[in-house]
Write a protein that binds this ligand. Structure first.
Ligand SMILES: O=C(O)CNC(=O)[C@H](CS)NC(=O)CCC(=O)C(=O)O
Length: 275
């Protein structure tokens, strides 16, 4: 199988969506000019705001969403697949979903995934997140068809802490896991890379992890360090703390080769837990 060229865009979302979209557009163009066929953006790349009412006012249904409309046009113009890492979508019941959308070169949303595990935590540095105050959690894991027949398992940010989700994606046929993120700068240094490499190794998948970086709003900083990882857990590339593009070439045959060598991703021995 020929290799698949992919890229991750790293950026800083603020509460100014026009500015955020203007910042990612040249990075998407740069990735496409470099030959990437699948270009992945971070979680909430278009908008971050600590105010529920501001976010709720910004969120729109999929068909009217400015960020999805822009990416749909860019996907067609550049003839690439784009992963809108996530955007806030207004649902029919008035609530919101933190939704990842995979857009094909025809501009259509080929797959959508609503974040299942919402970030409700109290961190030791005093920061408190209650993502479930904002969003309705998803209840469905998604493996989508991507470029060159690649099978893509979709996750978002805090989902990375739930190994069974990724195992289910791998056992449903995923070869690539996408984990767009706005990882916190408190948890990032210890957890981000370790969790992502573990998910790659234990599933035998490639992992694409486009991340937010920098200062989003006063009191919130994102960890950056976008990563592309192979099934052996090898880091194929990484970014630092600044916006940019990370590209890599994936040999998808490595997925089956890894699982043939080390079958743990597809081994399910029944057991009971006892004293
Ligand atoms: O709020 C939005 O609009 C978009 N959502 C996010 O940025 C979410 C919830 S605050 N961030 C994470 O899940 C970080 C997880 C993390 O940092 C960890 O697991 O340690």
């Amino acid at each position: 199988m020929p290799s698949l060229s992919v890229a991750c865009v790293q950026s800083t979302a603020t509460s100014d969506p026009q500015r955020n979209l203007a910042a990612v557009t040249p990075l998407i163009r740069q990735a496409a000019a470099g030959g990437a066929k699948l270009i992945c953006l971070p979680e909430a790349f278009d908008y971050l705001n600590p105010s529920f009412s501001a976010l709720s006012d910004y969120a729109l249904p999929e068909v009217e969403h400015p960020a999805l409309t822009l990416l749909s046009h860019l996907a067609q113009e550049l003839s690439v697949w784009l992963l809108a890492g996530s955007v806030s979508v207004k649902l029919a019941d008035g609530r919101m979903a933190n939704r990842s959308a995979l857009i094909g070169p025809d501009g259509a949303i080929n797959a959508r995934y609503d974040k299942i595990h919402l970030f409700d935590v109290d961190l030791p540095d005093g920061s408190r997140f209650r993502e479930s105050d904002f969003y309705r959690p998803g209840d469905r894991a998604v493996v989508a068809d991507g470029p060159d027949g690649a099978r893509i398992g979709m996750a978002i940010c805090y989902d990375v802490r739930f190994p069974h989700l990724h195992r289910a994606l791998a056992q449903t046929g995923a070869q690539i896991l996408t984990v767009p993120a706005a990882f916190s700068s408190m948890t990032g240094p210890l957890h981000w890379e370790v969790l992502l490499r573990a998910r790659a190794i234990e599933t035998g998948c490639f992992v694409l992890a486009p991340a937010q970086c920098g200062d989003n709003y006063p009191g919130r900083r994102s960890h950056g360090q976008s990563l592309i990882i192979d099934p052996w857990g090898r880091v194929l590339g990484r970014l630092g703390d600044e916006p940019g593009v990370l590209s890599a070439s994936l040999d998808l045959d490595q997925v089956a080769a890894f699982r043939a060598a080390i079958p743990s991703p597809v081994t399910n021995n029944p057991f009971r837990v006892g004293a």
